[in-house]
Design a binder for this molecule. Structure first.
Ligand code: BGC
Length: 765
């Protein structure tokens, strides 16, 4: 579905279907005109003014508004982040236009990752929808709301592939798969930037974190990534490339080192690869304070050295430190940095400002002052219906014994758990300008669904964690987690008493949003002990137990899987999360989400991902052999595989039909299956197509996702789904780092998850 946006009389954003196709597709910038304009501007700028353009300042205690006014007057700032209201942004842009010599407009950026005022599911949840239209809706609405707040740029999408569930930032990305992440990232870029980032309701994106941040050692945030070139190019780099090919104007440089070189100091990454090979023309921005951190990485001897290295490596703009302004003038004077290098970086900044349309109209995302919202968080500014719809699509049904779900809207239901009524947690991390008091908790959602029909009992049952250290950690920067001061036993007793009165128990457990965030690495992936004890006590009542998970990473759920009659993965589902989860619990929406990450049985199995390489001694569970690759102390393989998710109906997949048994060099091939909804309810599912190259010059993964399609089938209905395979889908980086498709047999596997598939074979000539 394509959309255009307009502002209604009530000043709220209204989404309308597109009137004509030619409204869509990026409008190309006239690069010649831009280059001429920027070259001319550069000739008028002093060195200090050029350096000023390279500085991105965060508004906050270190930089109060008065200090920023001063910097603006002196031309010492190029862009601002962490300001999110039209009035604040207008005031700063006014200062530029009134006080600065050259009146070069600022751009304004923010972390709009899964919504601005309306919060959608966290990106890991969006990935679980496998629905590119849903992701486009999120991108369009997020951009609209952010641009309506005066913003020009977002630090998103995050396309760091991660096979490391201990890393807290997996919640901000699209999971473990290269292809799915690339598709999601590019859909997000296209939706946010729209026809042009200069449009009133579009936002320029900056793809992050370039590169390989998702591969940090041991999942420890900010750590090192060490990787073979084959794995880097095959598995980790393609999503950045796909998002840049989709037109992203910005790239945020990662904080980690790659094979020993911090990304901020990596001229191979930022120049040879990004600019020369990938032809990226936009702007590179350091991550927060990353230039300073080159000292601690041990690659710069002093601040001047750090600045010299970062600039020469290709970091155009420095986020949130004063180093560029302090040291670049001296470095230019001594000749360590050339004027041409300063001009290059400044040119990239001015280019994106041009692309944002700021030289035409510095107020293009602000509109007239009289139109400023009276209340930034007015209900009328939210897009609740879309948020509810996307959230429902992101929910994954992991278990449903004896059709425990959907629940009846009758009798007595006990809802317990520390996440059942937490407005803050359901929004997830990086919730931009979203306001917790506007989010619908599960308790509220279930109340809405059952009002006048069923009795709903509620008890908190446990704190997120009883560990004071963890409670303090979660409340360090914001009072995010409220701690009930009753004893753990008192909390459990109250919950058990409610459970005893009920026909069914729903337990909302998992992680606080702060447990799946930046700087939230975990060494365990379990549900915290306080909540586990609650679940055990509930199980002991003998009542049917529905576990509703809220979390931002794969968890280890062996015990919960055993205890639960039904298990629902809801991630952090956003402003309308509670209504969306209730829709699924009561069968008003049939779940269709599929896992974008593998759920291991225990931490010791990590890394555990579906597209692993074969070994010389593969483990065969039906014929176990000691000298094969496996753990002897746990069942082999994941608890829930990649791509997995149940429905309230059942689907059957036919054998694969190929358009031919062979595929010619440079040719294509079509593979089809017919999917039938052979259950009693209408429902959607995701058909997934995997390829495997069984004999190649280097070992190739046992399967790799190469296509997917989300389909909706009425009960009894069938649909044929066809995937087109081209040479690109067969290619890989060989030992000599050539991107090749090698002739030979290929296996194709199509199914509704990564394990149970229909398989066929073809020859590539
Ligand atoms: C994060 C980035 C984020 C930036 C600005 C950094 O700490 O790593 O992802 O965009 O802060 O908030």
């Amino acid at each position: 579905m394509k959309w255009i946006y307009s502002v209604s009389l009530a000043a709220s954003l209204v989404i309308q279907p597109a009137l004509a196709d030619d409204l869509f597709g990026p409008h190309p910038i006239n690069e010649q005109a831009r280059d001429a304009f920027v070259s001319d501007l550069l000739t008028k700028m002093t060195l200090d003014e050029k350096i000023g353009q390279l500085r991105l300042i965060s508004v906050g205690p270190d930089n109060p508004k008065s200090a920023i006014r001063d910097m603006i007057q002196k031309g010492q700032v190029g862009a601002i982040f962490n300001t999110v209201t039209r009035s604040d942004i207008r005031a700063m842009q006014d200062q530029v236009m009134q006080l600065s010599r050259l009146k070069i407009p600022l751009f304004f950026a923010y972390d709009v990752v899964h919504g601005q005022r309306t919060i959608f599911p966290i990106p890991l949840g969006l990935a679980a929808s496998w629905d590119l239209d849903a992701v486009s809706t999120v991108g369009r609405i997020s951009a609209c709301e952010a641009a309506d707040d005066g913003l020009n740029m977002t630090w998103a999408p995050m396309v760091d592939v991660s096979r490391e569930p201990r890393w807290g930032r997996g919640s901000e990305g699209f999971g473990e798969d290269t292809f799915l992440t690339g598709q999601m990232g590019s859909a997000m870029v296209k939706a946010m930037q729209g026809n042009s980032p200069a449009d009133r309701y579009s936002l320029m994106t900056s793809v992050k974190h370039f590169a390989l941040y998702g591969a940090v050692e041991g999942g420890r945030d900010y750590n090192t990534a060490d990787m073979s070139p084959q794995r880097m190019f095959q598995d980790y780099l393609p999503p950045y490339k796909a998002s840049l090919d989709a037109g992203s104007g910005g790239v945020m440089v990662a904080l980690n080192a790659i094979n020993g070189v911090p990304a901020t100091a990596d001229s191979w990454l930022l120049k040879d690869l990004l600019r020369d090979e990938w032809k990226f023309k936009g702007i590179t921005i350091s991550d927060h304070g990353a230039i300073k951190e080159l000292l601690k990485h041990g690659v710069a001897s002093d601040p001047q050295d750090a600045v010299r290295i970062a600039l020469k490596s290709g970091v155009d703009m420095s986020m949130s430190d004063e180093y560029y302004s302090q040291y670049l003038p001296g470095l230019v004077k001594s000749g360590a940095v050339s004027m041409a290098e300063i001009d290059d970086a400044a040119r990239h900044v001015l280019n994106v400002k041009y692309d944002m349309g700021l030289f035409n109209d510095p107020y293009s995302h602000l509109g007239p002052k009289e139109s400023d919202p009276q209340d930034n968080n007015a209900e009328s500014r939210l897009h609740r219906a879309e948020a509810r719809d996307v959230a429902r699509k992101s929910i994954v049904l992991l278990k449903n014994r004896l059709e425990t779900l959907p629940l009846q809207k009758s009798g007595t239901i006990a809802l317990v758990g520390p996440l059942a009524d937490s407005q803050r947690d359901i929004m997830g991390s990086w919730s931009a300008a979203g306001v917790a008091k506007q989010s619908v908790t599960l308790l509220q959602g279930m109340r809405n669904a059952t009002a006048g029909k069923a009795t709903l009992l509620y008890a908190k049952g446990a704190n997120i964690s009883d560990h004071p250290g963890i409670q303090n950690f979660l409340n360090l920067y914001e009072k995010a987690v409220s701690v009930d001061t009753r004893t753990p036993q008192q909390l459990i007793d109250e919950a058990v008493e409610k459970a005893r009165q009920a026909d069914v128990v729903v337990a909302a457990v998992g992680e606080a949003q702060g447990m799946a965030h930046e700087a939230s690495s975990r060494s365990e992936l379990n549900i915290p002990a306080s909540q586990k004890k609650l679940l055990q006590a509930l199980k002991a009542t003998g009542k049917p137990l529905v576990i509703v998970l809220m979390n931002g990473r794969p968890l280890t759920l062996v015990q919960e899987d055993q205890m639960a009659d039904a298990l629902l993965e809801t991630w952090f589902s956003g402003t309308e999360g509670g209504n969306a989860i209730a829709d699924v619990l009561f069968g008003d929406y049939n779940p269709s989400g599929k896992l974008p990450v593998t759920f291991p049985r225990n931490v010791g199995q990590i890394p555990l991902y579906y597209n692993h390489l074969p070994t010389g001694r593969p483990y065969n569970p039906t014929k176990p052999n000691k000298y094969t690759s496996h753990y002897y102390d746990t069942a082999n393989g994941p608890l829930y595989p990649f791509g997995y998710g149940l429905s309230y109906t059942t689907f059957k997949v036919s054998p694969v039909k190929l358009s031919a048994r062979t595929m010619a060099r440079h040719g294509t091939l079509e593979a089809s299956v017919t999917v039938t909804n052979n259950g009693a309810r209408d429902g959607a599912t995701v058909v997934q197509m995997y390829l495997n190259d069984p004999v190649a010059s280097i070992s190739r993964p046992v399967r790799e996702l190469r296509g997917f399609k989300r389909i909706m089938l009425k009960a009894g209905e069938s649909q044929t789904v066809t995937f087109k395979i081209d040479e690109d889908a067969l290619k890989f980086w060989n030992q000599k780092m050539q991107h090749v498709a090698e002739p030979g047999k290929f296996n194709i596997m199509i199914g509704l998850d990564s394990v149970r598939t229909q398989d066929a074979q073809f020859d590539y000539l």
